[in-house]
Design a protein around this ligand. Structure first.
Ligand code: SAH
Length: 402
């Protein structure tokens, strides 16, 4: 029997509520807790025990949040000290360094929250400029240690915090953003991805600046774009269209409601040498633009639909399903016979089976037959943790529209 040199307050589960903890699910909800012993304060380390007293796991408590404990280890001999956090950071970085799928890119997600054993921690690396999000109390409490670990491991040019206000609110935390280390970049940051150049605005861009999770999917969808007329809907800074142009698309139309994003899309196209592709930019609502195309009988060889998250909670699934169906119905309508619809959802609560059903209804309502020829997911630097299926959020279907 090993001697433990640390003791933590304990969270005792209700009887029959130990299954998810035993299954190493990293979130413990307040409804599963029978009692709390030892008066922990929010942000403290606690042991989680079954109602029999059996030790199950260890994590950080926040009684202000619905997720009362963020579980960190299932090894009773592992203490949650500064070394613990450094180790987790180093391990996450080392995994990316060994990942062959990340060889051709200078921008990658180094830490993906629970999937890397660091609940609430997101770290994106844009060619040495790190953009971070700390969206749980557990993460916020050890921010300084995490920053020091990142500096020691990577010697970054800067660490910029852009935590998500909404997620912080769920943990009863105030907005947090600003420079944590180094100097702010003077302007846009140059990155390359699969051999293509992009500029990223890490300070004012959406999320941390670039949608890294779509990296592989951009390459896959681009293979259908040789000689094609491409409609890139929800274009953001144009990444899908830049890949398409590099694959000799005939034309690309980018549609996005954000003029700033489209301005950067134009810059990104200008970085690609000598493309003969005709590129246009439409600052418009995607639904209205697609309806206008359909009304005018415009059709494309490849249509890409990459909307923002429509459902954030299970309660929003029905409404989101209708929005995805409406969007894809008009989407199908503007694909030429034999062409491709590449359609995505980044709503984690809409799983891939439901998403496929929604796309089927959309095809049916637009009276088009379609075949699924590829199923797409998030890039490998956003790994899906098997014990945490919720970490799988991005799904895509490449459909051949008959
Ligand atoms: N495909 C992009 C990422 C898209 S993110 C890439 O690979 O980088 C979703 C985009 O949808 C954002 O740029 C946002 O500005 C845009 N958007 C959100 N609602 C919209 C709407 N109703 N119409 C058009 N664009 C919208």
């Amino acid at each position: 029997m090993q001697l433990l040199h640390f003791t933590y307050p304990a969270v005792i589960l209700k009887s029959g509520r130990d299954k998810s903890v035993r299954g190493r699910h990293p979130r413990l909800f307040s409804g599963s807790i029978r009692s709390i012993e030892g008066k922990p304060r929010d942000g403290d380390v606690v042991d989680v025990r079954a109602n029999t007293g059996e030790w199950l796991a260890r994590g950080i408590i926040n009684q202000q949040a619905q997720t009362a404990v963020r579980l960190l280890t299932w090894d009773e001999s592992e203490s949650i000290d500064d070394d613990f956090w450094r180790r987790r950071v180093d391990q996450a970085i080392a995994r990316r360094a060994r990942d062959p799928l990340l060889a051709g890119t200078s921008a990658r997600r180094l830490i993906f929250g629970e999937s890397d054993g660091l609940p609430g921690v997101i770290v994106d690396d844009y060619a040495g400029y790190l953009v971070v999000q700390f969206s749980t109390l557990a993460a916020a409490r050890v921010k300084q240690i995490l920053v020091e670990a990142l500096v020691a491991a990577l010697s970054p040019r800067c660490i910029l915090e852009r935590s998500d206000d909404e997620r912080l609110k769920h943990e009863r935390l105030a907005p947090a953003r600003g420079l944590l280390f180094g100097d702010l970049p003077a302007g846009l940051i140059d990155i390359f991805e699969n051999g293509l150049q992009f500029k990223v605005d890490v300070q004012a861009g959406q999320k941390t600046g670039f949608y890294l999770d779509q990296r592989e999917n951009r390459a896959r969808v681009a293979r259908y774009c040789s000689g094609a007329d491409v409609l890139n809907v929800f274009a953001y800074t144009g990444a899908f269209g830049v890949y398409a142009a590099a694959r000799s698309a005939r034309s690309v139309i980018h549609v996005d409601s954000s003029r700033e994003a489209l301005r950067l899309a134009e810059v990104n196209h200008s970085l690609q040498p000598m493309s003969a592709c005709a590129v246009t930019y439409q600052a418009a609502d995607a639904f209205e633009y697609l309806r206008a195309c359909r009304a005018q009988g415009m059709q494309f060889d490849v249509v890409i639909l990459d909307p923002p998250k429509f459902a954030h909670t299970p309660a929003q699934i029905d409404r989101a399903a209708r929005a995805y169906k409406d969007l894809n119905r008009v989407g199908f309508g503007v694909v030429r016979p034999g062409g491709i619809l590449a359609t995505f959802s980044c709503s984690g609560v809409v799983d891939s089976a439901l998403f496929q059903k929604i796309i089927f209804s959309a095809a049916l309502e637009s009276a088009r037959d379609a075949q699924v020829i590829e199923r797409l997911t998030q890039a490998s630097d956003h790994p899906v943790l098997l014990s945490f299926p919720e970490s799988e959020y991005l799904k895509g279907l490449v459909c051949r529209v008959l």
